[in-house]
Structures are given as C-alpha cells and as structure tokens.
Design a protein around this ligand. Structure first.
Ligand code: APR
Ligand code: ZN
Length: 368
C-alpha cells in the first residue's frame, strides 16, 4: 500500500512529505494506522546527525497512537480495530530482561531495532524501490506503519489519540521515573532540574505519589506558572543563587530525598546528585546527554549514602504499564492537555521542530 510520511532523507535537513510504499505485516507483525504523534527531542537529536545510531533515509517518530488495521500470521493479542500505542521499548515477556523484576529494557528485538529494520532484518517502507529505515521500531511520522506485536500496548477505546500519543514517550518517561524507577514514597522531598515537557511530567508524577515538597530548578522563570499548576511547590533559578547545591541543601535541612535531572546536561546531573540527602538521597538521570559526554562527582558522595540511577521510558513495561497510565489520564489523575501546546497537520511537521528549538512549545502533536 501507499502511505503518507515525513521522510528524513539526510541529517540536518528538513523532513519531506512523500507517498511511500508500505508492505503489509509479516508473521508476528501488525499494521497500524497512526492517528496522532508527538514530536520529541529524541527525533530532533537523530535528525541533527549527532545520534551515533542514526541512519538515513528513515521515517522518524516514536510517540504515537492509532488503530490496528491488519495483523500478520501468528498474532494473537491484537485484532483489527484495537486502539494501540507503539512502544520503542517493547515487552516480549520472555527474554532475560523481561523476566528480571528490576528492568524494563526488553532486549528481544534490540539489535534489529537499532539498525532500523524489523526483527527479520528487512524494512517494510520503501520509495521508488529503495528501502527506507524504520526508527526506534515505531516510525510514527508515517500515517501507516508496521510494528512487531510485542511493541504495541492495547489501550481503551474512549481515550483520545491526540492526547494519549504523548504517553508513548514523554509522559511515561517523566511519571514512570518517579513511580516505577525511583518508587518515590508519599511525604518525600523532590527536586527537578528542567521544567520542560519531561520535567513537568516528573513533577506531576511526584505530586501523584504524594511528595510533600517539589522544588523546580530552571534558568527560565517563564516556566514557573505552568510548573506550579502541575504541583511544583518551590522554584530555584540558578541565576539568582551563588551555589545551587548549597542553597537546596539549606532549603531542605540537609538535602533532597529524590532528585531528577531532566535537561541532559552533565553539570546539572552532578548538581542533582550532590543535592541529595546524605545517607539516603537518590538521584535519577532522565535527560539524555550529548554523545560522548561523561558525568563526574567525588566518590565520597556515593560512599556517604547517595545513589545515582537512570531511567529509560520511565522504567515502564510498555504492554503492562502504558494502559494503566492511559487510565490515570482518563480518571483525571494526570494532566496531558496543558502540555500539548501546539498541533499541526503532517505537512507542517517541520514547524514542530522549530517550536521545540526556540523553546516555544512544551509538546507539538501532529494530527493525521
Ligand atoms: N540549568 C537549569 N535549567 C536549564 C539549564 C540549566 N543549565 N539548561 C536548560 N534548562 C531548562 C530550560 O530552560 C528548559 O525549561 O531545561 C528545560 C528543558 O526543557 P525542554 O527543552 O522542553 O526539554 P524536555 O523536552 O523536557 O527534555 C529534556 O530530556 O528527553 C530528554 O533529550 C531530552 O535531554 C532532553 C531532556
Ligand atoms: Zn521521545
């Protein structure tokens, strides 16, 4: 079949809207009509050419929602008409990682996914007979796409695609970091570096689990009003204080129970660790640092009881946890609507990247 897609032909160039060829689902695969997709920093990172795994031409996009159109042989858990969210972190429920209670990083299709192909080693997309690569196993910048069955979460049918697509990456990353990776307890003190799309989701996760104090750290005071709406109780602008770590330690009588770095900057990662309370404070790296960058601290920080962790996809096991997060949204426990600041048709997708780079948007969503 033909489908409309925004194709990344080359690093650093705008996406081009094309009618591409899409082959139907093979064994264990599912054809999905994408109804809406968010545009995330990770798409921009890959498009920039800085992503060591990035390869072109490719159809980017990994934050979508849609409807199953067709299933290949052997698919048993999904049928045409089911509503789904694509998962760049799949859940096979069989590999060593899925069977281990401490991780969500299913490895069953990791190698082929990283190369931009389906698990059998081939691509379903092509243009003029030449293959186009998949991206993060999702390629939601195409109106139709093919995914492995294990990379789709089935979700309730009354949930709006234009909002729940954001659960495919940003919402789950932020809320999951709090609820699944760090398991923040009620009454905890929390600090969050970066009040963008990821940091605001960490804040609302912290509020949801009952944190007593939620301190936001950001250079941009324009972020304060929305962050307060999502549950931030205190704001610190690093420009206004000499020593961010010392200031936070003083504010909290010894440091934070939990900190979250949601910028992707190795200097703020160090601050977030060192602002943790001696003896028990735990810091979680959520932001993605540039290729080749390294973190540092004095080992004494860890010896004296602070710990450093990281999270991918918020520690969520996609097929199990994503439908629960959709329920949290539908029950009014989390706010997605106020984070989606812009929507546009696929033809205008390059505007979504401009809005992200200028810092004007929290999240842009493309509606098919
Ligand atoms: N100190 C404090 N705040 C900072 C600093 C800094 N040194 N640098 C940037 N910020 C703030 C910005 O003002 C902005 O509010 O961090 C926020 C980042 O927000 P966004 O640009 O909206 O980024 P977001 O989508 O939240 O993603 C953050 O997570 O997914 C990764 O790759 C992504 O690494 C990025 C991070
Ligand atoms: Zn993402």
């Amino acid at each position: 079949m033909k489908t409309r897609a925004a194709v990344a032909f080359e690093a650093g160039k705008p996406l081009e809207i094309c009618d591409v060829d899409l082959e139907g689902p093979r064994a264990g695969e599912v054809l999905v009509e994408i109804k809406a997709t968010g545009v995330c920093h990770t798409d921009a990172f890959t498009l920039s050419g800085d992503d060591p795994e990035g390869a072109f031409p490719a159809i980017l996009g990994h934050e979508g929602a849609g409807v199953v159109v067709d299933v290949g042989p052997g698919v048993s858990s999904l049928k045409p008409g089911d509503h789904v969210i694509p998962l760049y972190t799949p859940e096979c429920r069989q590999c060593d990682f899925c069977l281990h209670p401490k991780t969500n990083l299913c490895q069953s299709i990791r190698e082929t996914q990283g190369r931009g192909v389906m698990p059998d080693g081939s691509s379903r997309f092509s243009l003029d007979g030449k293959p186009i690569l998949h991206y993060m196993g999702c390629s939601t910048f195409a109106n139709h796409t093919v995914l492995p069955e294990i990379a789709l979460a089935r979700v309730r049918e009354d949930a709006p695609f234009d909002k729940i697509c954001y659960i495919g990456c940003g919402v789950t990353t932020g809320i999951g970091a709090v609820a699944f990776t760090m398991k923040v307890e009620p009454g905890s003190t929390v600090a969050v570096w970066g009040l963008g799309g990821i940091g605001l989701n960490v804040i609302q996760g912290a509020k949801m689990v009952g944190a007593s104090r939620i301190i936001g750290v950001d250079l941009n005071p324009d972020k304060v009003a929305l962050a307060r709406k999502f549950g931030m109780t205190d704001f610190v602008n690093p420009k206004d204080v000499d020593d961010v770590v010392g200031h936070l330690v003083e504010m909290t009588g010894g440091g934070l129970d939990y900190t979250f770095e949601c910028i992707g900057n190795v200097n703020t990662m160090r601050q977030a660790l060192e602002a943790c309370h001696k003896g028990w404070g735990e810091s979680c790296i959520v932001g993605v640092a540039g290729a080749g960058q390294e973190i540092s601290t004095r080992p004494f920080q860890l010896v004296t009881g602070r710990s450093w962790k990281g999270t991918a996809f918020g520690g969520a096991r996609g097929r199990t946890d994503v439908p629960r997060i959709v329920d949290w949204y539908m029950d009014g426990r989390i706010n997605i609507d106020d984070l989606i600041t812009h929507t546009m048709p696929l033809e205008d997708i390059n505007k979504a990247f401009d809005l992200m780079h200028s810092g004007e948007s929290i999240r842009s969503v493309v509606l098919y």
